[in-house]
Design a protein around this ligand. Structure first.
Ligand code: CAA
Length: 249
């Protein structure tokens, strides 16, 4: 990471998002955590945690489902903070239900955040990155986009789609100094995973070769690696960070 880099992390105050912000800040970056303004308790806790970075990590309000708001946020950051070198698309939700019980709203809400949001933010940052001939875009997918998961037709479809998006955009930008990669976390110690019924969660943990849930920092370090200026020869890749839960070849 160039110490002067500016990184934008959507879903930045969430379980994975805040660990990603921390790891990027550890690497020397100035970090903007963009997330829903309604999560006031979470925002206060996040700001307390990030005091250690002397103002280099700050919160800005964003709803990634709003295309125009994404453009406005990028304009504001470019004017007030500086050029965006790194975009980490982390914002994501679950709306688990077997297909027979899934209603249209559960499908639509999930796609709006997990897939449309990636398009909205990437579209907003790409012109600035092209103009400067440098950029790093990291999209958070999931092991469940690689394997499918019971009760997650919406989530698995969106997360598989995220990596399709990554590969297509990586090809478009490969010759322009911009890399686009996916990180696919396995089951990590986050609220999202803790919301899975305990019996089901225990069954999943029993299948993880490393024998534990991932920590958010495990994911943060992988993102910081791909965000580094030294990772310029890695693009269109999907980096699994799942304790060996799923191994593809
Ligand atoms: N695997 C296999 N069969 C299952 C099952 C499962 N995980 N869950 C339920 N079933 C079976 C039931 O035993 C039942 O069988 P019978 O009809 O023969 O009795 C049937 O399916 C019931 O189906 P329902 O649709 O009624 O299931 P439900 O409403 O009780 O529960 C669910 C469905 C809410 C999706 C529940 O299975 C669940 O919470 N699963 C966990 C999903 C999961 O892993 N989500 C990951 C969230 S974390 C995340 O996504 C982060 C990341 O990236 C890793």
């Amino acid at each position: 990471m160039n110490p002067s880099s500016i990184a934008l992390v959507t879903g930045g105050i969430g379980g994975l998002g805040s660990a990603i912000c921390r790891q990027l800040a550890e690497s020397g970056a100035t970090v903007i955590a963009a997330d829903l303004p309604s999560r006031t308790d979470r925002i206060e806790a996040f700001e307390r945690d990030m005091v250690a970075y002397d103002g280099r990590v700050r919160f800005m309000a964003l709803d990634v489902t709003d295309f125009e708001a994404c453009k406005r946020l990028v304009d504001t950051i470019e004017q007030e903070v500086g050029r965006i070198d790194v975009l980490a698309n982390v914002a994501g939700i679950t709306r688990d239900a077997s297909l027979r019980k899934m209603d249209k709203a559960q499908w639509d809400q999930l796609m709006a955040v997990n897939l449309d949001g990636v398009f909205h933010m990437s579209r907003a940052v790409v012109e600035g990155m092209l103009a400067r001939g440098y950029g790093r875009i990291i999209n958070i997918s999931s092991v469940n986009g690689q394997t499918g998961q019971f009760g997650q037709t919406n989530y698995s479809a969106a997360k598989a789609g995220v990596h399709g998006f990554t590969m297509a955009l990586a090809r478009e930008l490969a010759a322009k100094g911009i890399t686009v990669n996916t990180v696919s976390p396995g089951y990590c110690e986050t609220e999202m995973v803790m919301a899975v019924p305990e019996a089901i969660r225990a069954r999943i943990i029993a299948q993880i070769p490393v024998g534990r849930l991932g920590s958010p920092e495990d994911i943060g370090r992988a993102v910081a690696f791909l965000a580094s200026s030294h990772s310029g020869y890695i693009t269109g890749a999907n980096l699994p960070v799942n304790g060996g839960y799923f191994m593809s070849f």
